[in-house]
Design a protein around this ligand. Structure first.
Ligand code: GLN
Length: 526
């Protein structure tokens, strides 16, 4: 058995296609093996070379792939470990087409968008399905219908129907149903127009999800059904929610499971996962903590998506609402005042010098006042710099990433990175196992002496400074397996002062929050 579900978007970007796809996957994954594929239209090979404000957070997988942030939703909603191959980009597609052409694979032929590029895209769909023994392949096409850069994916998706037959492919289209001020009623026109664009491309949707601030009423469902050639029960509300984990619950209530089942001849059981009760617990949480997230990117939600989700997971499991307070560190003199009254401080991953001094100030604030601190990657490096300067007395200690001429390079480039010239996909990437010191806080939190987390960095704590840092009381509670690279640090004298060179937020799940976040939020609650 092999079924395909293709998810396209219309009207606007940012309607939550990734979450819609992940939610559908969630509902199907209790019975079936669901494999998600994301198709991106850009010519970058992967999003690793883009600024997070361009394309949201760069999500890193176990295998070291830097992929679209939607893979974060897929992993969190489907409880799977994704592979970088499942993120198809036009950069990858055209690379391959060029290689094949030079090799002579198309000898004698004119290499064309259709059929050569579309065939290559479809081959990838089938190849992944086969490799993974998938029962359902969920294909999310990036962008909105009508975008030039996604036309080839849409064409490939259209052709799928002929290749696998009517019963084996289902098209879902996500659109927007506005309620304009003054008119005060749900409007279907944008959806109609978007579906027309899709029909021009030969794709008839089977399900339409209308994103709306309220449940779609009967009248609008009928109207959309009539204009878009589908049954009324195949029009589903994509409700605005305060918590994305409610989306699968909304979809299920709206009957999406029955429609999918009917179209694809599948038996889909009701969702009985722990999920629903966790969502309820999160909603009814009585306690509240305020956590400062220190960074320089202003589009907070997307740039630090996984950090925010990891906090959400703790919220559900600890029965405590987490208010994330955005602290802009670009003006270092304005950091302390923004931190007043927060229950905990996070310095997440980051690059370059802008905002770095402000983040160091935030670390100092946390250390001196015993405010719980969690440092993630750059947040570990900056905590080491702060400790070197203010505790070890190493004046102007720094990372060579920030100040290449610093007198005390306590954070320096990894030896194997020194010869790296190309920027794309060359950091220390993916899952690495660390040895954790027994008896440390990190050991206690993971309940294990071996910990595997994902990485994305070029710098490390300079081994030449290990001794002086340790002598002054900084505990290296985890190192790489050869013992050389510092993976975890902590200050035992503090309630919670823990940092890691890794990105534990990437593997956090609603049912199983990342241990370092869990311990951190718990400390913030005290
Ligand atoms: N800029 C730092 C490095 O490359 C930290 C990277 C990060 O926080 N992901 O090592």
């Amino acid at each position: 058995m092999l079924k395909f579900i293709v998810i396209t978007g219309g009207v606007l970007s940012g309607l939550g296609k990734g979450i819609a796809a992940a939610s559908i996957g969630h509902l199907l994954s209790s019975r079936y093996k669901v494999i998600p594929i994301k198709c991106d239209g850009y010519l970058n090979v992967d999003p690793g070379t883009m600024n997070p404000t361009e394309h949201g957070e760069v999500f890193v997988l176990d295998d070291g792939g830097e992929v679209d942030m939607d893979f974060g939703h897929y992993e969190r909603f489907l409880n799977i470990t994704c592979k970088s191959k499942w993120n198809i980009t036009m950069g990858k597609v055209f690379n391959e087409i060029r290689e094949k052409e030079r090799r002579g694979d198309y000898l004698g032929k004119t290499v064309q968008y259709v059929p050569h590029v579309t065939n290559l895209i479809k081959e990838k769909f089938f190849e992944i399905a086969k490799e993974e023994d998938a029962e359902i392949v969920l294909i999310e096409i990036g962008g909105t219908v009508g975008d030039m850069e996604n036309e080839l994916y849409l064409e490939a998706a259209r052709q799928l129907k002929n290749d696998v037959g009517n019963d084996n492919v289902l098209y879902v289209h996500l659109t927007y149903v506005p309620i304009p001020f003054g008119a005060n009623e749900q409007k279907s026109k944008p959806t109609q127009q978007s579906v027309h664009l899709l029909l021009q491309r030969g794709v008839q949707p089977n399900i339409i999800i209308g994103r709306c601030s309220e449940y779609l009423d009967d009248r609008i469902k009928e109207k959309i059904a009539q204009f878009c050639n589908i049954g009324k029960d195949a029009v589903i509300t994509g409700l605005d929610v305060d918590d994305i984990y409610k989306i699968p619950i909304v979809f299920e209530q709206e009957g999406i499971v029955d429609i999918i089942g009917k179209n694809l001849n599948l038996e889909i059981p009701k969702d009985t996962s722990k999920w629903k009760s966790l969502v309820r617990e999160k909603e009814s949480a009585k306690d509240r903590v305020s956590i400062a997230l220190c960074g320089k990117y202003t589009r907070l939600e997307d740039s630090y998506a996984s950090v925010i989700e990891a906090l959400n997971h703790c919220s559900a499991n600890l029965g405590c609402k987490v208010d994330v307070k955005w602290v802009d560190t670009t003006d270092e003199n304005k950091v302390e005042e923004q931190l007043k009254g927060v229950d905990g401080i996070i310095v997440p991953g980051g690059f370059g010098s802008r905002g770095a001094e402000g983040k160091i100030r935030a670390v100092r604030y946390a250390r001196e006042r015993n405010v719980p601190y969690l440092g993630l990657c750059f947040g570990l490096q900056l905590a080491v710099i702060e400790f070197a300067r203010d505790v070890c007395g190493l004046e102007n200690a720094n990372s060579t990433e920030i100040d290449s001429k610093t007198a005390h390079p306590v954070v320096d480039i990894l030896p194997e990175q020194k010869t790296v010239r190309e920027k794309g996909g060359t950091m220390r990437l993916g899952a690495y196992t660390a040895d954790v010191m027994e008896g440390s806080k990190v050991f206690y939190l993971y309940n294990s002496a071996k910990v595997s987390e994902r990485h994305r960095h070029r710098y490390e704590v300079n081994p030449e400074y290990h001794k002086i840092l340790e002598d002054k009381g900084l505990v290296f509670s985890g190192t790489s397996q050869n013992g050389k690279l510092v993976e975890f640090i902590e200050l035992p004298s503090h309630d919670y002062f823990v940092a890691t060179q890794a990105h534990p937020e990437l593997k956090s799940k609603l049912e199983k929050p990342a241990p370092l976040f869990y311990g951190f939020v718990k400390a913030c609650m005290k």
